[in-house]
Design a protein around this ligand. Sequence first.
Ligand code: TYD
Length: 207
Amino acid sequence: MFITLEGGDGSGKSTQAELLEAWLTERGSTVVRTREPGGTEFGVEVREIVLHSRGHISPRAEALLYAADRAQHIATKVRPALERGEVVVQDRYLDSSVAYQGAGRVLDATEVRQLSLWAAEGLLPDVTILLDLDEDVARARLDGANKRFDRLEAEKGEFHARVRAAFLELAEAEPERFLVVDAARPAAEIAEVIRARVEELLVRRSQ
Ligand code: TYD
């Protein structure tokens, strides 16, 4: 089973990925928790360029960097794990590219999605958890965390508002795949909602 978590910066994806991994492991699954960008050795190098490069990166170059990270990650880490019957819990996937490079950088959303699907040889998640959060609340959380902003995080509020709207549109277009959760709720409650959805899928699979 392939589970992805999506949402803006500061929406709490990593916390939920961690909680979900712990619950699945306890339930007896073998879990691979991973992320994009940076889920492979090659990806760590790409991540450094795409997030911390000091020079300007053009929107298409940026989209290609995320796609390159994705191609390597899916081919060498995610597909092999899925073929072994393991559960992959992944922080960000192709919906991030559609939202950030599509709506954020204003590239054509269909083209960006096609590029990602090409990179990943068509692999789509079984379920995608969207942690939806108002961009100002998210920004306040990031400010509170006191860490240095990367290239994407440093974008202005308007950029993050477009990204949020794009995620919600994606979820609306594919209600079967997406679970949208209000990320302003307490982490424990969010984790419960996510577990219920994943449990339902696991039961359906075992029938
Ligand atoms: P992430 O690892 O979630 O950030 P952090 O470790 O700081 O929480 O993601 C890094 C940034 O990359 C994030 O701002 C979103 C952006 N991103 C894209 O723009 N396109 C993509 O396809 C992906 C996967 C991430």
